[in-house]
Design a protein around this ligand. Structure first.
Ligand code: GDP
Ligand code: MG
Length: 443
């Protein structure tokens, strides 16, 4: 399986401390084979590999990760991208009823899906109505009624014995019925054929025009392989749809083709079915699916933690620098810290992690780039003795410094006052936090 092959690839990377270009090439080749073997669309594979290589070479990953983790992370992210990126939730109409129309080949799982959706919607507090607009097969209406009963959801169907009804008419009437009976979601089951044919497309397009669905869902059997993409594209041209539902993901088919639909057709996979039971169904989450394909949920969690810990360590180091040197904290330290702050970016994030830092946060955030330059000029115009012990800065020293740095005495005063404020805060913080080895912070 794709999982096994990927595992093999990652195993080969383990223990390496650096990735060479040759490593990346070999890895990419293996992953390419694995994806093709899983039946993933060729165009999708090509793009995947190109992205993987350029990102791995560019080391576009977190510094905290080892080479194998880096590749896993990139593969995971690229898989998520193929699968459509963010999960796309079902849209509901502003004015009910929300109309969901199901389209797809015969046997793709539409009728079963109607029941699953019905149960799922009910679970979310909706009152759904299933509509039997498949009047093609003699048994189709009955099948939906059975499914509806199992799900405990009402089914709208033409009266039996009325001869062959008109599915477009049934669909249209079902909407009026839903409005009058206050159903808020209508799920329209439609007919399918074994292959794509123009009559079927026309009927589906007519139903679509009649009920103006909030969502048209294209239902596709993941086991049909590369045909999944072709069928999807034919339905998109003939009927048009908003999202994809993958069914039969429980089958042992490779499924890679169906998973390529989102990328190739540019429509999100919104739901997935993995069994005949009504509960074998859920909203589709690209990230969860990707980690399932990788079969590395725990590794991915580790990677995330490694990144977080690394960030926390960096933060702690910076904070330690900021708070350290209590007692002998002079203007040189002050300057150094301001420069460190500038390098770190917005300090508010770091300070936000510590208790009781609101006041200081505001103060530091009020320092802008040019101010740091001016600060630097002023401090550089002082003698080492003045920097170490700013208490000796009397009026004449301040005037001299202002002249030397091209600023005003007011600027110098303001800097000195700020320094004393900061030092006071450092000292009280140092006491509050029990010294530089701050509790609750790693490192
Ligand atoms: P329709 O022709 O599109 O309405 O498809 P049906 O809903 O009648 O389903 C066709 C067959 O596929 C039925 O035997 C279903 O039980 C089965 N089926 C539907 N969804 C799934 C699924 O997710 N997994 C499996 N294993 N079988 C499914
Ligand atoms: Mg059916």
């Amino acid at each position: 399986t794709l999982q096994d092959r990927l595992h093999e690839v990652f195993k080969n990377l383990r223990g390496k401390s650096r990735l060479t270009e040759a490593d990346i090439d070999a890895t990419a080749r293996e992953i390419r084979l694995a994806l093709l073997e899983a039946d993933v669309n060729l165009g999708v594979v090509k793009e995947f590999i190109a992205n993987l290589k350029s990102r791995a070479l560019g080391a576009d990953v977190h510094k905290a990760l080892n080479p194998s983790q880096q590749i896993i992370k990139i593969v995971d992210e690229e898989l998520v991208a193929i699968l459509g990126g963010e999960a796309r939730p079902l849209r509901f109409a502003k004015r009910p009823p929300t109309v969901i129309m199901l389209a797809g080949l015969q046997g793709s799982g539409k009728t079963t899906l109607a029941g699953k959706l019905g149960l799922w919607l009910k679970g979310q507090g909706h009152s759904p109505l299933l509509v039997a607009a498949d009047l093609q097969r003699p048994n189709a209406v009955n099948q939906l009624q059975v499914v509806g009963e199992r799900a405990g959801v009402h089914v709208y169907a033409p009266e039996p014995g009325n001869g062959v009804g008109d599915p477009v008419q049934v669909a249209r009437q079902s909407i009026l019925h839903a409005m009058s009976k206050l159903y808020d979601v209508v799920v329209v089951d439609t007919a399918g054929r074994l292959g794509i044919d123009s009559e079927l497309m026309q009927q589906a397009a007519d139903i679509r025009a009649a009920v103006n669905p909030t969502e048209v869902l294209f239902v596709v059997d993941a086991m049909i392989g590369q045909d999944a993409v072709n069928t999807a594209s034919a339905f998109d041209d003939g009927v048009g749809f908003d999202g994809v539902v993958l069914t039969k993901l429980d089958g042992d088919a490779r499924g890679g083709a169906a998973l390529s639909i989102a990328k190739v057709i540019g429509k999100p996979i919104m739901f997935a079915s993995n069994g005949e039971g009504l509960k074998d169904f859920d909203a589709f989450h690209p990230d969860r699916m990707a980690s399932r394909i990788l079969g590395m949920g725990d590794v991915l969690t580790l990677i995330e933690q490694a990144e977080k810990t690394f960030d926390a360590e960096q933060t702690a180091k910076a904070a330690e620098k900021l708070l350290g040197g209590r007692g002998e904290f002079g203007l040189d330290d002050f300057l150094q810290q301001m420069q460190a702050v500038r390098r770190m970016g917005p300090l508010s994030k770091i300070l936000g992690m510590m208790p009781g830092m609101g006041q200081m946060k505001d103060q530091i955030n009020n320092i802008d780039e040019r101010e740091i330059d001016r600060l630097e000029a002023i401090i550089k115009s002082m003698t080492p003795a003045e920097r170490a012990n700013p208490k000796i800065l009397d009026g004449s020293r301040r005037t001299r410094i202002a002249k030397g740095s091209g600023t005003t005495v007011t600027d110098v005063n303001s800097l000195v006052n700020r320094f004393f404020d900061a030092r006071k805060m450092m000292q009280s913080l140092g006491g509050q936090m029990g010294g530089p080895g701050m509790p609750g912070m790693p490192g």
